[in-house]
Design a protein around this ligand. Structure first.
Ligand code: ZN
Length: 295
């Protein structure tokens, strides 16, 4: 286990400001949230490009503007999205924005996500008994995953292997065994709470079920997030077991804390980590732990 723990700030996703008014949309707002998150202990910035009114966009230009502004203000490692919502015409094309950004060192992302399986992304409301988005499918064919892994290897962008359940984890390990992803691999155990029922729940049992299938004898660094639920409840367990944390108001508004900023939520998580003896990694330390430069 590393004494240092990597905090990934998940600042906005596609969350609306009606959930928390501090959700950043514009490049300036994302950069401001990034600076505060860095001060609170984050080493990685995960953001989604948004339009000024909060819509989804994933153009090279929008991402480049954000990355330039964030890099001018902080040394955070940059981790954009592949933009499923804004581009579901062809799964394979989802990597193109990251590849284009990587052609210029000034806008090259440090890390990019690969979700290692397909999923139903509906919303279940137990109170009304109704499904929202009942038609929504998140398709990641294995052909697409191989394509993403090869393109990222060519560009030198580190893949983050996002696993929503044990089957995704097994496929992620197969990508490693096939030589498509080099160790140390960065795994995100993507828990889902509340009305999101696709992943394991944000409970000790949900986490342990993931970890039971993550072998000790592989070069894997794992982090945990929770879409639609409070991750702080199992933060202490994650820290004690050697995991890293990916947290922010993009995944969940944390209204239990009022109307927190991303930095406020990260501060809470850092406090929990420090209570079990782990300090936040700087971006340079995270780069070392994840061997981003292929060292
Ligand atoms: Zn995201």
């Amino acid at each position: 286990m590393h004494k240092k723990i990597i905090f990934e700030a998940r600042v906005n996703e596609y969350a609306p400001r009606t959930s928390n008014p501090n959700i950043p949309y514009t490049a300036d707002e994302i950069a401001e949230a990034a600076v505060a998150a860095r001060s609170a202990g984050a080493a990685i910035l995960h953001y989604h490009a948004r339009t000024a009114d909060g819509g989804a966009t994933n153009t090279v230009e929008a991402n480049a503007e954000i990355i330039r502004k964030v890099r001018a203000a902080t040394d955070l490692l940059i981790l954009p999205t592949l933009g499923f919502i804004s581009n579901d015409t062809s799964a394979k094309n989802r990597i193109d924005t990251v590849v284009a950004l990587a052609s210029d060192p000034a806008t090259k992302p440090d890390i990019a996500p690969i979700d290692t399986g397909s999923a139903n992304l509906e919303i279940w409301d137990p109170e009304s008994g109704e499904f929202g988005n009942p038609e929504r499918l998140y398709i990641n064919t294995t052909e697409s995953l191989i394509h993403y892994a090869r393109r990222l290897a060519e560009t030198g962008v580190k893949p983050k292997l996002v696993t929503w359940s044990v089957g995704f984890t097994r496929r992620a390990m197969a990508l490693m065994d096939a030589g498509l992803v080099k160790g140390p691999a960065y795994f995100l155990l993507h828990l889902t709470g509340g009305r999101y029922i696709t992943g394991h729940p944000p409970t000790e049992a949900g986490l342990m079920a993931h970890l039971a299938f993550l072998p000790d004898d592989r070069p894997i660094e794992w982090t945990v997030n929770c879409l639609g639920g409070n991750l702080l409840g199992i933060a202490s367990t994650i820290c004690r077991l050697g995991g890293h944390m990916a947290i922010g108001i993009g995944d969940y508004p944390y209204r239990e804390l009022g109307t927190p900023r991303n930095a406020d939520v990260i501060s809470r998580a850092v406090d929990i980590a420090q209570k079990v003896g782990r300090d936040p990694a700087t971006p340079a330390e995270a780069r070392e732990i994840l061997q981003l430069d292929g060292k």
